[in-house]
Each structure stands twice: as structure tokens, then as C-alpha cells.
Design a protein around this ligand. Structure first.
Ligand code: PLP
Length: 393
């Protein structure tokens, strides 16, 4: 019944079922590590999975389950499982799906931590990793056709908002027998539904927009029962469990997800248009702009273009960035995104800190690039803030 409700309603109510008369209206934070039994046979049945229930906190916990259930319903999946961080869920997913001799196809612009898995850790397992130019769909397709266990996509990408055509790449990957994983952190379930576009698994750094308040780390993955059970099993042994307190904070954050994302979609588009017309700005990277090379694809597969934008200055130097950022009044200069507060940072201190100037240039990341994660402040104040900060650049 609740599945038919609008997504904003599901943000509030999904996963909150199971309240009892005179019980708490809010999901309780269950800190207890273990769960006791009066009956040994019942304990055994829960342990064997024949009865629902919790035994030990590294495996399952009621608060964590409520969070997983909320995201499962928002992504329209059969099942979901979580981890302590976004990287926790990404690494657990990839290590579940891949073994020695397998081949993964992805793109060069994945999140910094993910690209370290691809360049450093998966090759240690003798997993063959093919990283394609993010905007070259033909190259991605031909790499998939060479053989592919996992196709790993992220769209929009960090920090230049490149767009991958999920439906198009899923068709080719499905024919090749690959399992398709999409990192939906930037878009959120409000703006994009990768499972409907053909993906097998959709995952999030819940630390960002899902939680939305920059006060809890977490990760979540959704998909078929069969795949999620395998990832859960790897994660319960690997031990990267989501903390119940973090799960509670994330649950509370998700209740306002639709409100926040609608506001951030609207403000980011206005700010992108404002910056595009500013004389001190050379280029704006936002998929909602007609000038963006992925705009048509984004219009087809996204319901909104998100709160993330980036821009480069006419004076393309890190010095210009160093002058500009401290002048912003309504923006944290910090390595985070997706919060209620606006957050800015250059890729050289955030997503691409491990890269040299030359490597960043090869990825099309200019030295004057500024990543701007639009918060929920009044848009006029954000534009006025940028106006005064850009005057001196
Ligand atoms: C932040 C981020 C991650 C990693 O999440 P953590 O919670 O920091 O581990 C993964 N993917 C994307 C797109 C991100 O922005």
C-alpha cells in the first residue's frame, strides 16, 4: 500500500512500520550488542534463519534494519543491506561480486576511494580492471563486449558532473552477462532510479544527501534478494557494520530528503545559470544547463539535476581559488557534500587529493575548479554571497 504513495511520503513513512500501541512513534536506537532468548529452540531457529530476529549486532540490528528498509522502498528494490560508510558498501559489494580472473569495466571519473580500489586493491586479486573515458560510450560498450563480470557506473560524476547513459550501457552489459552496479550518491532516489533503468544494484554513500546533515557516516546497497544476501554475508564477516546511532541519524535525515532535494535542485540550477553569465567564471559544469554535454541524457534519465555543481574561473590558477573560497560566508570549506549547509572545495583537497596537477589535467579537472554542493539556504543569499566573493577574484 505504501509503495503507491509519492516518494516524499515514502521518505517519511517507509521503514517506520512495526509500531505497537502505546509504543514510541520514532524508531528506537537499539544500542544492545546482543539479543536474548527465553527458548533455546527459538534462538536456534533465528540463528538458522528459519525465524526472523536479531542475535548479534555485527550481523543485524533493528535500527539498522529500519534504515535499510527505508532506502529499499525508496529505490524500489527487493532487498537492501548497509555498511559503516559509503566505501564500506562499495568495497563489500565489489569484493562479493569479483574473484581472481574476473574483469570489471568502469570509468576514470569514479569517486576517489572507488578509483583506488580499481587501481590498487582489485589488481592485487588479479582482477582485470578496464577504466574508460567517462564520456566515451562507444569505448565503454566495446570494453563490455570484450568480457565483463561487473559493470560499475557512477553518474553524475565527481567533480565535473559527467553523465553516463545508464539504460544504454545496461543493455550491452546485460547481453554480456555482467552484474551492473550504479553509485547513485549524487542523484539520490529522488532524482534517479538506476534499477528502473536496468541496473542490478544501486548503492549510496548515505553520508552525503541521504543523511543530509554531515553528522553520520553510512553506506547502503539495494537490489535482488539473491545479490543482497551475498553482500550481507560478506559484510557480516568483514565486519564493516553500520552503527545503530548512525542508522538513526540517517533515518531522521531521510525523512526530509524529498524536501531538501527539491530545494537543492532548484537552487543549483539558478546558481549554475547565474555563474554561467558571470564575467569571472569561465565554465560551469551542471547537467541542468543546456550547454552541458550530458544534458540530453540527464533529461531522459533524471527527474532533477541535483545539488552538485562545479565551475572554473577565468583566471585558471589555484591562487584564484585560494583567494575566493575564504570570502564565502555561507559555505563550509570542507571535504564533504550533500548537506543542508552549502559546502565548497577544490578537487585538489577533496575528491582528487591523491592526483598530481598533470593527472588532474588528464581527467579534465582544471586547477581553478571549485566544487559547490548547494545547501538548503535561501538561493538569493547564496547568489549574493557568490557575487561579493567573485568581485575580487
Ligand atoms: C563520498 C562518496 C563515496 C564514499 O562514501 P563514504 O561515506 O565517505 O565512505 C562514494 N561515492 C560517492 C559518489 C561519494 O560522493
Amino acid at each position: 500500500m505504501k509503495k503507491q504513495a509519492h516518494i516524499g511520503t515514502r521518505c517519511v513513512w517507509s521503514g517506520e512500520e512495526g509500531r505497537s500501541s502505546n509504543g514510541p512513534t520514532q524508531v528506537p536506537v537499539v544500542h544492545s550488542v546482543s539479543f536474548g532468548f527465553d527458548d533455546i529452540d527459538e534462538w536456534q531457529a533465528v540463528a538458522l534463519g528459519d525465524l526472523p530476529g536479531d542475535i548479534y549486532g555485527r550481523n543485524t540490528n533493528p535500527t539498522v534494519r529500519a534504515f535499510e528498509e527505508k532506502i529499499r522502498q525508496l529505490e524500489g528494490a527487493d532487498a537492501a543491506t548497509s555498511a559503516s560508510t559509503g566505501m564500506g558498501i562499495i568495497s563489500n559489494t565489489l569484493y562479493t561480486l569479483l574473484k581472481t580472473g574476473d574483469r570489471v569495466v568502469s570509468v576514470k571519473d569514479t569517486y576517489g576511494g572507488t578509483s583506488v580500489l580499481f587501481s590498487e586493491f582489485l589488481p592485487r586479486l588479479q582482477v582485470d580492471v578496464a577504466l574508460c573515458d567517462t564520456t566515451d560510450h562507444e569505448m565503454i560498450e566495446s570494453e563490455i563486449k570484450k568480457g565483463c563480470t561487473v559493470l560499475y557506473l557512477e553518474t553524475p560524476t565527481n567533480p565535473t558532473n559527467k553523465i553516463l547513459d545508464i539504460d544504454r550501457l545496461c543493455r550491452v552489459a546485460r547481453a554480456a552477462g555482467a552484474t551492473i552496479v550504479v553509485d547513485n550518491t549524487f542523484a539520490t532516489p529522488i532524482n534517479q532510479s538506476p534499477l528502473e533503468l536496468g541496473a542490478d544494484l544501486v548503492l549510496h554513500s548515505a553520508t552525503k544527501f541521504l543523511g543530509g546533515h554531515a553528522d553520520a557516516l553510512g553506506g547502503v546497497v539495494c537490489g535482488s534478494q539473491h545479490l543482497i544476501e551475498q553482500i550481507y554475508h560478506y559484510r557480516e564477516i568483514n565486519g564493516a557494520t553500520l552503527h545503530p546511532m548512525a542508522a538513526y541519524l540517517l533515518l531522521r535525515g531521510v525523512k526530509t530528503l524529498d524536501l531538501r532535494i527539491q530545494r537543492q535542485n532548484e537552487s543549483a540550477l539558478k546558481i549554475a545559470r547565474y555563474l554561467e553569465n558571470h564575467t569571472a567564471v569561465d565554465r560551469v559544469f551542471y547537467p541542468g544547463l543546456e550547454s552541458h554535454e550530458g544534458h540530453e541524457i540527464a533529461r531522459n534519465q533524471m527527474r532533477g539535476f541535483g545539488g552538485m555543481l562545479s565551475f572554473m574561473l577565468k583566471e585558471d590558477s589555484f591562487e584564484a581559488v585560494r583567494r575566493l573560497i575564504p570570502r564565502l560566508r555561507f559555505a563550509h570549506a570542507a571535504a564533504n557534500l550533500g548537506s543542508v549547509e552549502t559546502i565548497v572545495g577544490p578537487p585538489s583537497t577533496t575528491s582528487h587529493v591523491e592526483c598530481t596537477v598533470e593527472e588532474r589535467a588528464a581527467l579534465g579537472i582544471p586547477e581553478s575548479l571549485i566544487r559547490y554542493s548547494t545547501g538548503i539556504e535561501h538561493c538569493d543569499d547564496l547568489i549574493a554571497d557568490l557575487e561579493q566573493a567573485l568581485k575580487f577574484s
